[in-house]
Design a binder for this molecule. Sequence first.
Ligand code: ATP
Length: 440
Amino acid sequence: MANGDLMDKLVSLTKRRGYVFQSSEIYGGTGSVWDYGPLGVELKNNLKTAWWSTMVHQRDDIEGLDAAILMHPKVWEASGHVEGFTDPLVECSNCHRRFRADLPEVEGGQCPTCGTRDAFGPPRSFNLMFKTFMGPVEDAAATIYMRPETAQGIYVNFLNIQGTARQKVPFGIAQIGKAFRNEITPGNFIFRTREFEQAEMQFFVKPGTDDEWFERWKAERMEWHRGLGIRPEKLRFHQHTPDELAHYAKLAFDIEYEFPFGWKEFEGIHNRTDFDLSRHQEHSGKRLEYIDAATNERYIPYVIETSMGVDRTLLVVLADAYREETVEGEERVVLALNPKLAPLKAAVFPLVKKDGLPELATKLHEALRKAAIPSFYDEAGSIGRRYRRQDEAGTPWCLTVDGQTSEDGTVTIRDRDTLEQVRVGMDRVVGWLQERLAAR
Ligand code: ATP
């Protein structure tokens, strides 16, 4: 399968199975904005829950936060986004389209849209933040921004959280939320969009201990992605070179995945020093120092940040799980998703639509529903076709009620990946699934 094909196949599979739809599709779509359908929202929620569990629930030293998208406009002056969150753009004097100045075709002097040569004007800065107005008056005083990253909500709440949660440095704050960037060249499906979600964690440490914490977080975050089941040979670190490094960052590594369109970042680990808290202290006039109660030392902590794109990681999960196989002479497409992430954990089928099998299968489906195990009941089409549909949707286990069920109360459980089939008593199915879901 050619690499370009994989992206096309993912776009069509995720649409066909109700994972991802283009935003406002009936109106022709909104540029690079996507909606998550019934299976997509489950996958996304499962991914976010897995992150939250590792980062917040399984630790004592990280607190959660859900800060608002709209913030005081001065936040973005302090953070440097008003001044510096820009891409240089050039405009083609023939078709008037604008492009990032660093696109290879543009650097070569040719317009990617109309093909005209040497028709670009001088590069101009273009701010990537979405602007809007707060309140009834549309003037400069009422201008606010849609946050382009979630991190600033964490910095401005640093002392609120440290005090109320009675945390001592080193500790962290974690948050998952929407961010908006008016990207000039969005694309590659959900890889680069204008509205997306981030799962970010800012870990506040004493200056001097930052290098050690950086290494710990770098290792932990890579381990987490491996633990999701992402193939290790498709993951690597990329260290920012001096010209890639943001001016305030001491050290930065990206975690990259080998997407069909090349190795690309989907999470960043950054040593942001005391830049953000110092800037907010300066711009707000409020002291943002930490006082160490044991030694009476005062200092502005350094921040080690782990910043993961939720949608981009979802693309990693989907691309990594996609397989085309031939089984017993038949082609099948499988999403070999980690069962913890899979939207549906099971599908329930009566082998045939008679002999009381649909009633028995419905009972089993209801038992799964009661146990909050997402499952899908399907009696339409041949058993083979029903398996194929669930393989494509990524459902790990298919449970079939057949003639033997009425005799001995057992059902067949078919494993999506190994295709092995075992018989399990109907009354033990919930426990059987729960055990396997807990073990992954
Ligand atoms: P890129 O260089 O790809 O634009 P970035 O370095 O600007 O990314 P960060 O600001 O470090 O990205 O954001 C952290 C994470 O947020 C990224 O690793 C990515 O997963 C996600 N992210 C950033 N911009 C977008 C976007 N436009 N669409 C989807 N995810 C994004």
